[in-house]
Write a protein that binds this ligand. Structure first.
Ligand code: SAM
Ligand code: ASE
Length: 347
């Protein structure tokens, strides 16, 4: 009785949720200022005034930031000659320094600069049931990728976000099913080529063509895919308007969740027509549970899809239904236990 009422006596969970964005923004600020990088460079723990000096910030502000990072367990503090000195935790060193191979730095930049800003308008998005690029950024186009790619800088930031997810989930999604029998693979909306890279490394006999809008592929060639990678090819096109070439397997990673039911069926039907008999389609998405009661990540991402796109996150059965409406059969689902899961359909 006592226990059940405790939450009603003191709403700790709600207070934590209210602080949620203070926590996010504190971590983002430490990343953007380069706190974790400066602490990694020196190899010796630094005082807050030393960090402030190196990063050109106020001493008082930095002391409060470092103290909050200790509270968040992103930094460790100890006494050295009567002075507090700070050091990265293993977690921060691995994921929050800019040069670590596993860095989340690019995801954090996009969250801090774009998603945070978009979420200022989540209430409006819910009222109106549509994306908020006009309110958030003054972009009036109905084409969602014109808004998402509203400047070259913003396009690069989005591509870096897309790319960085696959540092942590890439291998799991391409090995969720054995794809070794598919040698000619098209990655539709393949963006920076991160999924293509995972594929050729998991399947030594495969060749992957990244299909995306011309300006995206130009950026991919310039910043993401090495020139000498002969097993990654490029195909410029708009998958709604232009032809889709024949292939054994089409990968659509985080594509279907961008679009309405009608556009998804249109696109997948076109993919089915292009697909070689015996070939397949692999969707990579953050699946909602069949009762829609979780996972929280997919529920929150679905709100982001409302704010930023025409789409939503869906349950495995909804993806299976879309694939079947497009003509695919033998739909199989593999959950990875990480953010993104895999759904395979066959022609
Ligand atoms: N598949 C990548 C991943 O998961 O990292 C990127 C997913 S991103 C959400 C959607 C991708 O679809 C972007 O690269 C975008 O440029 C591309 N795209 C959007 N509309 C397109 C269209 N009409 N034709 C071709 N590509 C398109
Ligand atoms: C899209 C994926 C994303 C379109 C816009 C997007 C992501 C962020 N913005 O297809 C990645 C997933 N993260 C979230 C918060 O939804």
């Amino acid at each position: 009785m006592e226990c059940a009422n405790q939450e009603l006596e003191y709403p700790q969970k709600l207070l934590n949720y209210m602080n949620g964005f203070l926590i996010s923004k504190t971590m983002f600020a430490a990343c953007e200022l380069g706190v974790f990088d400066v602490l990694q460079e020196g190899a010796v723990p630094l005082s807050s005034s030393a960090v402030a000096e190196r990063l050109g910030t106020s001493a008082d502000g930095m002391e409060r930031l470092l103290s909050a990072c200790v509270g968040l367990q992103l930094l460790e503090v100890r006494e050295h000659h009567g002075e507090a000195v700070y050091n990265n935790t293993d977690l921060s060193r691995l994921y929050l320094t800019k040069t670590s191979p596993k860095t989340l730095h690019h995801s954090i930049t996009y969250y801090s600069q774009t998603i945070y800003h978009c979420f200022s308008y989540v209430t409006d998005a819910i009222r109106e049931g549509k994306s908020q690029h006009l309110r958030a950024f003054g972009v009036s186009s109905d084409e969602i990728f014109e808004a998402i790619y509203r400047s070259e800088e913003e396009m690069l930031r989005f591509m870096q976000l897309m790319n960085s997810t696959w540092n942590i989930c890439g291998k799991d999604v391409v090995t969720a099913f054995d794809l070794s029998t598919f040698t000619n693979i098209f990655d539709l909306g393949g963006c920076s080529g991160a999924v293509a890279k995972e594929c050729i490394s998991a399947y030594p006999h495969s060749r992957v063509t990244i299909y995306d809008l011309p300006k995206v592929l130009e950026m991919a060639r310039k910043h993401f895919v090495p020139q000498d990678e002969k097993r990654i090819l490029f195909h410029e096109g708009d998958f709604f308007k232009d032809p889709i070439p024949e292939a054994d397997l089409y990968i659509l990673a985080r594509i279907v969740h961008d679009w309405s039911q009608d556009k998804c069926v249109e696109l997948l039907t076109k993919v089915h027509k292009a697909c070689k008999p015996g070939g397949g389609v692999l969707l990579i998405e953050a699946l909602l549970n069949e009762d829609r009661r979780g996972p929280l990540t997919a529920q929150l991402y679905s709100l982001n899809m409302l704010v930023q796109t025409e789409g939503k996150e869906r349950m495995a059965s909804e993806y299976a239904n879309l694939l079947e409406l497009a003509g695919f059969t033998d739909v199989q689902v593999q959950r990875t236990g990480k953010i993104y899961d895999a759904i395979l359909g066959r022609k």
